[in-house]
Design a protein around this ligand. Structure first.
Ligand code: SAH
Ligand code: SF4
Length: 364
């Protein structure tokens, strides 16, 4: 049985061709599945009964089931999505006045072990399939419906949930193509954002194969500190990362990269750090998004004070860089950045203690 949610438009056309069916049939089915949100072939009324009956014996539309649906006081909604074998991932909907953003997961856990991230601390199980990635959008659309007129509640998607999107490249790109496809979700490239901790070769591939808005998790202005906070930096240091960002902008749908920067008290939030950042990014057209650290059980870090955050932001703004501070949303339901944990059965053998890089004493 083929799960049709696993196929993007080209994949679906190829599958239909293999079944001896015409490409326009594939397009019709794509629209039923993703635009109308229909999983039952019997309900696809403009498709010949004979084809519907055949599809029933050869394929399914099987989205990963929602096992919990929690609402926050601020309107944020968090879905827990079952991906089998005791693993579950989280998807978060964040409504704002002018848009509705869905934050989607790409892996069960994450192998990259950033020191300040609940997902990273939890370990890694596996990459999500295309059906599991696009299925989060499919399920959230069902749950949220339309806002006004026929406008969908979800206008933007960010791949900022659990996992490193570019470490699951092929499945992520197929899911992105569905998000962009007019016969599926029809989102503009500017409204779909991939966030990466900095996998340099994959940033280049994304630029060539499916350029969308890019956010890079920077979190430190020099290699010494970034090596500790974001260990993948040991493989792809800042000079290479900055060069990849510049290359990306040649084809990007937006003319800037967003740098995400989690504000950790006493670790990366001084005026000197801000000045060092300015020197680092001077050749990269960029915006900054400062993220107040969201604590999780066992995390050794503290959030920078509001005053420190403002001063840090002012240093960047005075140098002409558009800088925003991410509002913490959904904190009461553990749906804020870095708090997503779902359920992950870690399959790696981990080196005891390696993930704890900072102790209380290092705050100074
Ligand atoms: N793996 C990707 C995307 C998922 S994380 C990446 O690292 O970019 C989405 C954002 O939340 C990243 O910028 C990440 O660094 C940040 N983040 C992780 N843990 C956090 C925490 N505890 N508090 C605030 N932001 C956090
Ligand atoms: Fe993985 Fe991103 Fe968390 Fe780092 S911040 S551990 S890359 S999910």
């Amino acid at each position: 049985m083929q799960n049709l949610l696993d196929l993007d438009a080209d994949g679906l056309a190829a599958w239909f061709a293999g079944e001896g069916e015409k490409p326009f049939r594939a397009r019709q089915v794509l629209r039923w599945i993703h635009r109308a949100g229909v999983a039952d072939f019997a309900a696809m009324t403009d498709i010949a009964k004979s084809l519907r009956d055949k599809l029933k014996t050869r394929a399914v539309v099987y989205p990963p089931p929602v096992i919990a649906d929690q609402g926050s006081a601020d309107g944020t909604r968090k879905f827990l999505i079952d991906v089998g074998n005791g693993n579950a991932v989280e998807t978060v909907f964040i409504p704002e006045d002018d848009r509705g953003t869905l934050c989607v997961s790409t892996q069960a856990g994450c192998a990259l072990e950033c020191a300040f991230c609940a997902t990273g601390q939890q370990g890694f199980n596996r990459n999500l399939t295309v059906a599991e990635i696009i299925g989060q959008l499919w399920q959230a659309n069902q749950a949220l419906g339309v806002r006004h007129g026929d406008e969908r509640a979800i206008s933007n998607v960010v791949l900022m949930g659990m996992g490193e999107p570019l470490a699951n490249f092929d499945n992520v790109v197929a899911a992105l193509r569905l998000m962009l496809d007019d016969n599926a979700y029809g989102l503009s490239r500017r409204r779909v954002t991939v966030s990466t901790s900095g996998l340099v070769p994959a940033i280049d591939r994304l630029r060539d194969e499916c350029p969308v808005a890019l956010a890079v998790s920077l979190h430190a202005p020099n290699d010494l500190l970034r090596n500790q906070l974001v260990p993948i930096n040991q493989k792809y240091p800042l000079s290479e990362l900055m060069a990849a960002c510049q290359r990306y902008l040649d084809k990007a749908p937006r003319d800037f990269v967003t740098f995400e920067y989690v504000m950790l008290a006493g670790i990366n939030d001084s005026d000197a750090h801000a000045r060092e950042l300015l020197a680092l990014v001077k050749r990269v057209p960029c915006k900054f998004n400062l993220i107040p650290f969201n604590p999780f059980p066992g995390s050794p870090f503290r959030r920078s004070s509001g005053e420190r955050l403002r001063r840090f932001a002012d240093t960047l703004i005075e140098a002409g860089i558009v800088t925003t501070t991410r509002k913490t949303r959904g904190g009461d339901i553990d749906a804020a950045c870095g708090q997503l944990a779902g359920q992950v059965r870690d399959r790696r053998r981990r080196i005891a203690g390696r993930t704890i890089l900072f102790t209380e004493a290092s705050y100074g």
